[in-house]
Structures are given as C-alpha cells and as structure tokens.
Design a protein around this ligand. Structure first.
Ligand SMILES: NC(=O)c1ccc[n+]([C@@H]2O[C@H](COP(=O)([O-])OP(=O)(O)OC[C@H]3O[C@@H](n4cnc5c(N)ncnc54)[C@H](O)[C@@H]3O)[C@@H](O)[C@H]2O)c1
Length: 304
C-alpha cells in the first residue's frame, strides 16, 4: 500500500495502537503528525515513526478542545503542506459501575473520546474541504460501544457516539470525497490490560514471550497492536475510496464488518399500540427474540 505524499494526523500516538498506526502509515510512505499528552512519549514516538520510513512531527497536546484540534491540523499543514488522513485514536478509561461513577469519570472520558473525535474531525473536515482533494477520516470505536460493557458507562457511550458520528459524517462529507469509517480494534495494550477479563492472558503472553494463543487471535480477535494497523493503512489509502460509513472490526487473525442497528422485527396495528396491546402481543410478536447485549466473555477451548 503506497501512501507516498500523503499527510496524516494520529491522535494519542505516543504508545499503544496509535503508535502502531503512526508507524504503519509512515512505513507506507506517509508523513505523520504524532500526538500525545506526554512530551517524552511524543518525542520517542516521533523517532519510532520516522524509523519506520516516513517523516514525523510531534505535537504535545491534550485532545478534547478545539484549540488542540487546530494545533494538530496546523502542524500537518505547516510542516508537511496539507492534510489527507486523520486517525482519532486518543483515549482513556475510567471504568466503574454506574452507581459508583463520578461526574469527573464520565466527563473525562467523554471529553477525550467523544469531544476529542468531534473537534479533531471538524478541524480536519474544514481543511480537507478547503483543499478540495478528498480525504480520509478514521475514527476509533470499540466493541464496548457496539455492544455495551459492564463498568463502562462513559466509554461505551463515547464509543457508540463515535460510531454514530462516523455514519453521520459519511453522509455529510460524501460530496467532498472524504470517507469516514469507524475501526473497532481489539489488541493487547496497556488499555486492555486494565480490563480484568483480558489481563491474565496478556500478562501470561508478556511473561513467557509466547504469542497469544490461536483461539484468542481467531475467536476473540485479540492479537498484537501491529495486527490492527493494516486496516488503518487500508482506510487511509486510495484503495478504500468506496468504503465509507462502516464500522470495521480488526484484531488478531480477525477482520469483520459490524452490522448497523436497524429494525429487526416490526408489527403493525391500526390506530397504534396501547400499553395493554403491547403487553398482550410482546412475547409472541416483536419481543419474541430479544437482542443480546454486552461483549461475550472470552471462551477458551476446554483444557486451555
Ligand atoms: N486496546 C484495545 O483492545 C482497544 C479496543 C477497543 C478500542 N480501543 C481504542 O483504541 C485507542 C487506543 O487504545 P490503546 O489500547 O492503544 O490505549 P493506550 O492507553 O495504550 O494508548 C492511548 C494513548 O492515548 C493517549 N491519550 C490519552 N488522552 C489523551 C488526550 N487527551 N490527548 C492525546 N492523547 C491522549 C495516552 O497518553 C496514550 O498514549 C483508544 O481510543 C481505545 O479506546 C482499544
């Protein structure tokens, strides 16, 4: 995949998946603006991204404000002349069950993920529309946003909102030939290590140096950070010109197209539905096969 001449911004690319995306884009020939909240992480990421092939420039800023978004787009334009690709990857977790979640837990996660994605995409869309040569906006969702997840009120809400924004912006930016998709990654990172259900498997792999087991890579779609980067490179490229408005899962050996919400079962009743009508008809009608929710717990094969 050749991204020579293209300029990308990857938020939260000081480590983890963001750094893997920045390195992959750089290896494909793109110039990359890397970003994080920590200056040292940014400096190391610039070096790491340049060692992958292309040029890199670092911006230390906390994504979430319009000012930070402007700074990132301006850095791309000032240092590399234009902006072709935005990857909104910056993120934090503040997991707690609903009744223990504080206002700050909620606001912090919404600010970085949802507001950060909105402000960066808005600044990028303005610039890409001015350039008049299309563009690629790659948002980062999560299985938690697609399905709901225990302890992740704030994060699931932000990530579901991000998937909804991808569909909305795909409509709004189609005429400008700017594609917008949501990547739904799973990978062994610092962030996943804080999720109890994944932690022991990742720690074991780190301790022994062995790869994550096959069943995790195939069934759970959980692998290395680099496993997730090919999809971002594809979505950044000319090869994905026709792909927009999609939520696409990636991780381990797994690539998946997520379904969008749609009416699954419909019943019609002339004059509408009273509460009593619904109660009488629910179990054999619209409610006969209710939807499941939540991310299914990992299922190691027997004996693993
Ligand atoms: N790891 C997974 O399996 C997984 C699954 C689904 C979604 N994701 C998403 O992928 C993205 C990256 O996750 P990760 O696992 O690499 O996490 P990570 O914690 O390893 O990396 C996130 C990076 O974002 C940076 N960051 C945090 N707040 C920021 C801000 N305001 N501005 C700029 N940078 C900021 C952090 O400093 C960190 O370097 C996140 O959006 C996450 O929600 C990850």
């Amino acid at each position: 995949m050749d991204l020579t001449g293209k300029v990308a911004v990857v938020t939260g690319s000081g480590r983890g998946l963001g750094l893997a995306y920045a390195r992959a884009l750089s290896a494909a020939g793109a110039s990359v603006v890397v970003n994080d909240v920590d200056r040292q992480a940014v400096e190391a990421a610039v070096e790491s991204t340049e060692s992958a092939g292309g040029k890199a420039f670092g911006v230390t800023a906390a994504v979430g404000t319009a000012e930070a978004a402007e700074e990132l787009v301006s850095a791309a334009v000032e240092h590399f002349g234009r902006l072709d690709v935005l990857v909104t990857n910056a993120g934090i977790l503040r997991d707690k069950v609903l009744w223990k979640m504080t206002d700050d837990d909620f606001d912090d996660v919404i600010r970085v993920h949802l507001r950060g994605t909105f402000t960066c995409a808005r600044a990028a869309a303005v610039r890409m529309r001015e350039q008049g040569r299309g563009g690629r906006i790659v948002l980062i969702g999560s299985p938690a946003g697609q399905r709901g997840n225990f302890g992740q009120t704030n994060y699931a809400a932000a990530k579901a909102g991000i998937a909804a924004m991808a569909r909305t912006w795909a409509l709004e930016l189609a005429r400008s030939h700017i594609t917008v998709n949501a990547v739904v990654p799973v990978a062994a990172t610092e962030m996943t290590k804080t999720i109890p259900v994944f932690a022991p498997f990742i720690e074991e792999a780190e301790r022994t140096g062995a790869p994550l087991p096959d069943w995790m890579r195939r069934q759970e779609g959980l692998g290395t950070m680099e496993d997730a980067a090919g999809l971002v490179t594809f979505l950044a490229s000319d090869a994905s010109a026709a792909v927009t408005g999609q939520a696409i899962g990636i991780g381990g050996d797994r690539l998946a197209l997520w379904a969008h919400p749609q009416e699954k079962k419909v019943a019609l009743r002339e004059g509408g539905w009273s509460a009593e009508d619904i109660a009488a008809a629910w179990s054999d009608g619209v409610g006969a096969r209710p939807e499941t929710f939540g991310i299914p717990a990992p299922q190691p094969p027997a004996g693993d």
